[in-house]
Design a protein around this ligand. Structure first.
Ligand code: ATP
Length: 607
């Protein structure tokens, strides 16, 4: 219930439209009953002897119950005209009544679309905005497919449930209430008998709702898994082909789709049972009414005329549709609540890296970056960095080397505050990183990682990513510095060429040079380079190396180096081993010292 109330809050920005919608729904209810009510004069006044019927009901507008008064007024008014003329007026009333009823129905749909799509957009935007606030911890622990599925499928489910509720809430329960009141007015004894069986029907519908929620949750979970699988098998298509794992992937996928199929069939069967169940319960009631009410008419013991009895039955039968809808809505709300729980579980995650309340803007980088006794661990690991002490002067190029898993990437991830140390602190010009805003800190940095993530956009947009309103001339300049201009020019549409998902249409070296051009354009004082491990051909390597050197000029750089050729010009080399700094010094010094660096060097050149 709490979850659904929270879901309903998304209606607040649309309150005016919602009010209009409610108004048109109320109008619809009135017009619907009005259109139906015209059946009474049609039968009684026109096809039976109206004067006799009018006499039976004793036309006295001050006496009798509401039904008698209303009917009396109607018979009296119509009775004044010849039958044909009365029939004509009744026909006109019915035609106008139905026209208005349908107009209000259209008005409802008209407003529904705006509210529905608005809510869908709002929740998706909120989720997406929230995802960008979350730190890397969250993305490391959550599967991409699950997130995509939540943003796409669960949000749609929530919206559907709100709309189902809204579409029905002010119309169907009201129709049911108004119809019940009319039934009471016409024959309270009969109506009371009917009402006694409703709790039994309600109990079964409640049970169905609970089951639906359970299966809906299972269904959404399975859908997330399948989205993850699609993502993995498309992104990993090269590896899958190389290892001839297509059949394995196909089987894995089909096992999941079979499970999804089973869950969906079950869900659909449960979903569908409530509707015939509620309709049939209603029909049974109507048949009982037909028998007892009809018998009373035949025996002339009924308080109702034939026309009134038919009206009573019509109201009862037309109540079945809204009852059916209300039960469906109840189920959809249950399913929406399940989806809401998944969406809110993400929305309620607090970002771990947040700006301190008194965080200041980092205006410039003047002097040093200091690691002061820094230790770090991931949620699932023991310490991967242990007591790191390092002072980096402005303008220095620090190369970081070490065996795989030594903690090199983790160390540099702490500088832009992708993670915070679990112990110790990092200072930039004596200011603790935790006391500056993340935006101003990251403004100081350019990051060229192993992944060189590029977006499915034009070359120009990829280079200009993160820099606002940049003129093409500047982009070309950056590309030239990055040794990229030459190959870009040769492409079909030059800087307007689209480069495919993650730059799939580019070679490794080209991708790297684009990423370098991006960093050149940003022109940050601090650089973090996580050098690509994949080998480039000598020409490409030379071009990348040259571009990197130009990029690093006059900047403070942290370079995770896998190739020793890259680090010869570094001011200092930090050698990492099992999360600690094993050696530190100039390349030329380290190469002569006995230790890990020498071993790694000899290993690389097979000395
Ligand atoms: P490589 O040269 O292979 O890139 P590295 O020296 O950069 O290695 P890191 O990536 O910093 O090493 O990893 C250090 C340790 O932390 C490794 O044992 C790794 O398994 C672990 N690790 C890295 N990222 C995560 C993560 N997101 N969650 C849990 N453990 C992680």
């Amino acid at each position: 219930m709490k979850t659904f109330l929270r879901i309903l809050k998304y209606l607040l920005p649309y309150k005016k439209t919602v009010l209009l919608l409610i108004f048109s729904m109320l109008l619809y209810v009135v017009l619907n009953i009005f259109s139906l009510a015209m059946v009474v004069p049609l039968i009684d006044v026109i096809f039976t002897d109206v004067t006799q019927t009018a006499a039976e009901v004793q036309i006295d507008l001050t006496k009798g119950n509401i039904k008698d008064q209303l009917m009396g007024w109607l018979y009296h008014t119509l009775g004044q005209y010849p039958k044909k003329e009365a029939l004509f007026y009744v026909c006109i009333f019915i035609a106008v009544g139905f026209l208005l009823k349908n107009l209000t129905a259209y008005m409802q749909m008209f407003m529904n679309a705006a509210i529905e799509q608005g809510i869908l957009r709002d929740i998706r935007n909120e989720l997406h905005r929230h995802l960008h606030k979350l730190s890397l911890h969250f993305f490391m622990a959550t599967k991409k497919g699950r997130l995509i599925s939540i943003v796409m499928n669960d949000v749609r489910m929530i919206t559907e449930s709100i709309m189902a509720l809204l579409g029905s809430f002010f119309r169907d329960p009201l129709t049911i209430i108004v119809s019940t009141v009319i039934l009471f007015i016409f024959n309270w004894q009969l109506t009371l008998t009917i009402l006694i069986v409703t709790p039994v029907v309600g109990y079964f519908i409640g049970r169905i709702g609970e089951k639906l929620k359970k299966y809906s949750l299972l269904f959404q979970e399975k859908l997330s898994e399948i989205t993850t699988l699609i993502d993995e098998s498309i992104s990993g298509v090269r590896v899958i082909k190389a290892f001839k794992m297509e059949q394995h992937e196909i089987e894995k996928f089909e096992t999941h789709t079979s499970k999804l199929y089973k869950i969906f069939v079950k869900l659909q069967r449960i979903r569908n049972i409530s509707s015939p169940f509620s309709e049939y319960s209603g029909i049974v009631i109507a048949v009982i009414v037909m028998w007892f009410g009809g018998s009373a008419i035949i025996d002339k013991t009924s308080p109702m005329t034939a026309g009134q009895f038919i009206f009573y039955l019509t109201i009862l039968i037309t109540m079945l549709q809204p009852i059916k809808i209300v039960t469906q809505v109840f189920n959809t709300v249950k399913e929406g609540t399940a989806a809401g729980e998944r969406v809110f579980a993400v929305l309620d995650i607090k970002p771990r890296i947040i700006d301190a309340p008194n965080a200041t803007e980092l205006k410039e980088f003047k002097d040093t970056i200091t690691f002061d006794d820094v230790s770090f661990k991931y949620d699932t690991t023991s310490l991967v960095l242990k007591n790191i002490n390092l002072k980096v002067k402005k303008g220095e190029v620090i190369a970081i080397v070490g065996p795989s898993g030594a903690g090199k990437s983790t160390l540099v991830d702490l500088v832009p505050r992708f993670y915070d140390p679990v112990e110790g602190n990092i200072f930039i010009d004596e200011i603790n990183l935790k006391n500056v805003t993340q935006d101003s800190l990251r403004d100081m940095m350019g990051i060229v990682t192993q992944e060189t993530i590029l977006f499915n956009d034009t070359i120009a947009a990829n280079i200009g990513y993160g820099v606002k309103d940049v003129p093409i001339q500047k982009i070309i300049e950056a590309a030239k510095i990055a040794n990229a201009h030459f190959f870009i020019e040769k492409m079909q549409n030059g800087y307007d060429t689209t480069i495919g998902d993650r730059g799939i249409k580019l070679s490794g070296g080209e991708r790297q040079r684009l990423a370098i051009a991006r960093a050149v354009l940003k022109n940050p004082p601090i650089l973090i380079l996580d050098e690509a491990t994949s080998a480039l051909d000598p020409e490409s390597e030379m071009l990348v190396q040259e571009a990197l050197e130009r990029l690093m000029k006059n900047r403070t750089s942290f370079v995770i180096a896998h190739r020793f050729s890259t680090i010869q010009n570094a001011d200092r080399v930090v050698v990492m081993e099992k999360g600690s700094i094993a050696q530190i010094g100039k390349f030329a010094e380290l190469i002569t010292e006995e230790g890990l660096f020498k071993k790694l060097y000899e290993l690389q050149f097979r000395l």
